[in-house]
Design a protein around this ligand. Structure first.
Ligand SMILES: [Zn+2]
Ligand SMILES: [Zn+2]
Length: 215
């Protein structure tokens, strides 16, 4: 059974998720937002080995802790990112635009693709390609836990920004409808910012994509 330690870190309060199969102790960090030493310390406390960094997208506030995590690990973690976000990763996720400097850590060597299955011990994690907020945005769905880690695609009562370079509103809405609203209603959505929600909740009440008059 998937175990999760959640953190809210950094200058724009980004959620990072340390996830593991506790039986064998293999762990991954989904969006190592900031303050990597805190994530490392939690993994150590729980006896977990961080073997992977999985990025929903390459914005600086989602990868800012990667360097510090990698510095504390031997062997280095494998980094997975969709290739359409590599340009953004090389630009430090836009950090200089916002006046920040980050250590982006090891180069991504695993290309995420739609339908790919990632594994942590016996747990399977399905990759869903969800462009719109960035060109290479992906979400991570764990059917056995009924949980979807959805980055900056959709939030409780809100959606990801599309006013940034490489963003596109129609693409974002299409990604939500085809990749999130097709999941079971009781699927928990753990987003990149703010509190958790569910598919059913957002289908009903999300003012941007739900059945509300604004949609
Ligand atoms: Zn973002
Ligand atoms: Zn973000």
């Amino acid at each position: 059974m998937l175990e999760i330690a959640s953190f809210t870190l950094g200058p724009v309060k980004t959620n990072a998720y340390l996830v593991a199969d506790p039986i064998i102790g293999d762990a991954a960090v989904i969006d190592p937002a900031w303050d990597g030493h805190l994530i490392l310390a939690e993994a150590k406390k729980r006896g977990w080995r961080i073997a992977h960094l999985w990025y929903t997208h390459a914005h600086f506030d989602h990868i800012g802790g990667a360097g510090a995590i990698a510095d504390g690990l031997n062997p280095l973690p494998l980094v997975a990112l969709h290739p359409a976000d590599h340009v953004l990763w090389r630009a430090e996720g836009g950090a200089p635009l916002f006046g920040f400097k980050i250590d982006p850590g090891p180069e991504p060597t695993i290309d995420l693709v739609q339908g790919q299955v990632l594994r942590l011990g016996s747990i399977e994690i399905e990759v869903r390609f969800t462009p719109g907020h960035t060109p290479g945005h992906c979400i991570f769905y764990v059917p056995s836990a009924k949980i979807c880690f959805c980055g900056d695609l959709i939030f409780h009562n809100s959606v990801g920004r599309t006013d940034l370079p490489g963003s596109d509103w129609n693409t974002l809405i299409e990604s939500i409808k085809s990749q999130v609203f097709t999941l079971p209603d009781d699927t928990r959505l753990l987003s990149g910012h703010g509190p958790e929600t569910t598919v059913g909740q957002e289908k009903k009440f999300n003012p941007f994509v739900g059945n509300s008059p604004l949609a």
